[in-house]
Design a protein around this ligand. Structure first.
Ligand code: USQ
Length: 397
């Protein structure tokens, strides 16, 4: 297939590009390099040294013999260039990662809130609009988030996108209907992914676009089979308080002898997936495309759930790290349970990589190797969800 990977320079995008190219697909990366600019804005850098996207593509050619093409396009702002690109290249599939993906960054200031909404919703809508305008019947695979469901504990498993409900009509008869699972996003970022869902529902119904939405959990790990093939193919690794995600943060904190930064009581239960499985899932979803006229296909892209304090205590046991229980900069339930259905990927053949499989140590090794690149002052999470909370957040444990 000819595949466009929008956001192909990012944390999940880059290993996905390599995986699909390795399988023999013709892969085009479309990216505005905004993630690199945000590093510059924040004054932080990936734990791992990343080369330019052009250099990464050159090394991949050397290692694999396969060509990757890079196109610098800003989806949210360059609608006409996007349409031209689609007309010129006519992809069979488009994978859409091209959104600002950090909840803390999206809550930083009013400017960051506006940027995240304008960028994410603008990019998604421009893409849908452009597919209709150019008449290209590509399968659109979007990276969404588990966070659209929210974390209210009702003791029931979260289904894959849709909920069967019963409502009473005017004659008092109970009628069944299927609805998108009600969204309850916990940040501006998660809200943009909730808005994306409605855009997808409309374009699938109105224009027959073929869309798959992957509700992904928190990704951990850094290497995949393909990024391991050369030092310069290494994936990015975020550790800072805005972009680092919880498990990877705990692992680097353990590696540099920094107390593990648990928010509140650490009672938040979240869904997790290893980066290698994330890439496999995208591949499986590509092979299971909906037909024209189908509803949006929604998968829960996660393999296990864990409570944040259990992860911290497990890593403390493994490494001897100390655990710091800090004021929570976020507005979120102090404790929640989470049960998630992921039957569709299991049925398609996904064999989950779990925390138990020794890969935690691999991440600690990577962190130790590049520990000299870490600025300890950028480890605390300081973006607060409300002004009230901001006054309570402690900078350094
Ligand atoms: N947390 C800590 N300590 C930390 C960092 C986080 O206790 O040092 C807690 C947070 O308060 C939260 C949980 O860990 O309760 C998860 O935080 P996170 O930063 O790992 O994940 P989140 O902000 O939800 O976002 C990440 C990705 C996002 C993706 C999402 C999947 O950045 O792109 O969509 O995970 S999910 O969480 O399932 O919605």
């Amino acid at each position: 297939m000819k595949i466009a990977v929008l956001g192909g320079d990012g944390f999940v995008g880059w290993p996905t590009v390599l995986h699909l190219s390795h399988q023999g697909h013709e892969v085009h990366i479309i990216d505005n390099l905004s993630r690199r600019w945000i590093d510059t804005e924040l004054g932080v850098q990936s734990l791992t040294p990343m080369d330019s996207i052009q250099e990464r593509c050159r090394i991949w050619k050397e290692v694999s013999g396969e060509t990757l093409q890079f196109h610098l396009i800003d989806l949210a702002r360059e609608y006409d260039r996007l349409c031209d690109w689609l007309r010129d290249h006519r992809p069979d599939a488009v994978i859409h990662f091209a959104e600002q993906r950090a909840a803390p960054y999206s809550m930083k200031t009013d400017r960051h809130k506006s940027y995240t909404v304008n960028n994410n919703v603008g990019a998604t809508h421009n893409l849908l609009n452009a597919l209709v305008e150019t008449g290209i019947d590509a399968h659109l695979v979007h990276l969404g988030t588990m966070g659209v469901y929210g974390y209210s504990s009702v003791g029931a498993a979260i289904p894959e996108g849709y909920l069967d409900v019963e409502i009473e009509n005017l004659d008092g008869e109970k009628k069944g209907m299927e609805i998108l699972y009600p969204t309850r996003p916990g940040s501006i970022y998660h809200m943009t992914k909730s808005l994306d869902q409605i855009l997808f529902q409309f374009y699938a119904q109105n224009d027959g676009l073929r869309i798959t939405d992957l509700h992904q959990g928190i990704v951990w790990g850094t290497h995949t089979d393909q990024t391991r093939r050369h030092a310069q193919l290494i994936n990015r690794f975020d550790y800072d308080g805005d972009y680092g995600t919880v498990l990877n943060r705990f692992l680097i904190q353990a590696a540099i002898d920094y107390p593990l930064t648990v928010h509140g009581t650490g009672g938040q239960t979240r869904a997790f997936i290893h980066i290698q499985d994330s890439v496999r899932c995208i591949d499986l979803a590509l092979g299971d495309a909906p037909q024209t006229g189908d509803r949006v296909k929604i998968f829960n892209q996660m393999t296990e759930t864990h409570r944040v304090r259990d992860l911290a205590e497990m890593i403390a046991r493994l490494t001897g790290a100390r655990v710091a229980y800090l004021p929570n900069p976020r507005k979120e339930a102090a404790e929640n349970d989470l049960i998630v259905k992921n039957d569709q990927f299991l049925a398609l053949g996904l064999t989950p990589t779990t925390l138990a499989e020794g890969l935690l140590g691999e991440v600690v090794e990577v962190a130790k190797k590049y520990a000299h690149r870490i600025d300890r002052s950028r480890v605390p999470a300081v973006s607060a969800w409300t002004r009230d909370i901001a006054t309570r957040v402690v900078d350094d444990p």
